[in-house]
Design a binder for this molecule. Structure first.
Ligand code: KIV
Length: 288
């Protein structure tokens, strides 16, 4: 049997993430939910693409991540995987897909890997997920954990607030991170936690921290692509830096096209199809 090496040599797998942490090299992660954006993100050199359940807010307009289904993540993941050559593709397990029992969780994670093409899965929670993380890792499923603000707990938390502000909460987050590392997660998302807490966790564990609203000390930074390029609506959290205004670019393009159509400037001759001189002559004969 030959061992095929179908991927590019620089393709990002777990060892590259570990090596970056060891060398103190920062990595970057962005969300994508479709072929064109995943292709742009991958070709821009982003190391990890997260098919996040933020698809619920960003793409489906649900308002939160609770309604997102496994099928929605799986379908997005298929498109993202097709577009991606280098980045590691991580898929979120949506709310309700890892809450019933371990067997069902494994089945759902395997669906994201076998059908969706995910190379790792992410789930939310701290010490309450330790056994689940162990089980998934035992089944050869690479796991990213997610602590701090966990958006799937929005109803329990009563909103989206910074987590780990008191000494007691901060200590608990550090403990959770250590337990998840021990359970076998290869990275942990730290969402909306004070930078000092993220710094302690990043120093205390050997696996990578992936920060969002968690300061500069995290090993990897993640953002929602649509926030970064200005394609989301409403007030943005303070950690979002808008690097482009794609909404403005798209609006202008659409308005220019619509006005060209209305004043007869689109489509022009080059943008439509005509007949050959020979055919025109034939048709003239028919017309008499
Ligand atoms: O779903 C998502 O986009 C996420 C990131 C915010 C980390 O979980």
């Amino acid at each position: 049997m030959a061992y095929l090496q179908p991927d590019k040599p620089e393709k990002v797998y777990l060892p590259a993430i570990r090596a970056a942490k060891e060398k103190g090299e920062k990595l970057v992660c962005l969300t994508a939910y479709d072929y064109p954006t995943a292709r742009i993100v991958d070709e821009a050199g982003v190391d990890i693409i997260l098919v996040g359940d933020s698809i619920g807010n960003v793409i489906h307009g649900y308002g939160n991540t609770i309604p997102v289904t496994l099928e929605e993540i799986c379908s997005a993941c298929i498109a993202v995987k097709r577009a991606t050559e280098r980045a590691m593709v991580v898929a979120d397990l949506p709310y309700g897909t890892y809450h019933v029992n371990a067997d069902e969780t494994v089945r759902n994670a395997l669906k994201l890997m076998k059908h969706g093409g995910a190379e790792a899965i992410k789930l939310e929670g701290g010490r309450n997920r330790v056994d689940l993380v162990k089980r998934l890792v035992d089944e050869e499923i690479p796991v990213v954990a997610h602590i701090g603000l966990t958006p799937q707990s929005v109803y329990k938390m009563g909103g989206y607030r910074v987590q780990g502000r008191t000494a007691e909460q901060a200590k608990r987050l550090v403990e959770d991170a250590k337990m998840l590392e021990e359970a076998g997660a290869f990275a942990i998302v730290l969402e909306l936690v004070p930078r000092e807490v993220a710094e302690i966790i990043t120093k205390e564990i050997e696996i990578s921290t992936i920060g969002i609203g968690a300061g500069a000390e995290c090993d990897i930074q993640v953002l929602v692509l649509h926030d970064l390029v200005g394609m989301t609506f409403g007030r943005q959290p303070r950690f979002v830096r808008k690097y482009a205004d794609v909404t403005k670019v798209m609006t202008e393009a659409i308005q220019n096209w619509a006005s060209d159509v209305k004043n007869g400037a689109y489509p022009n001759e080059k943008e439509s199809y005509g007949l050959t001189e020979e055919t025109k002559a034939e048709l003239d004969k028919i017309r008499g």
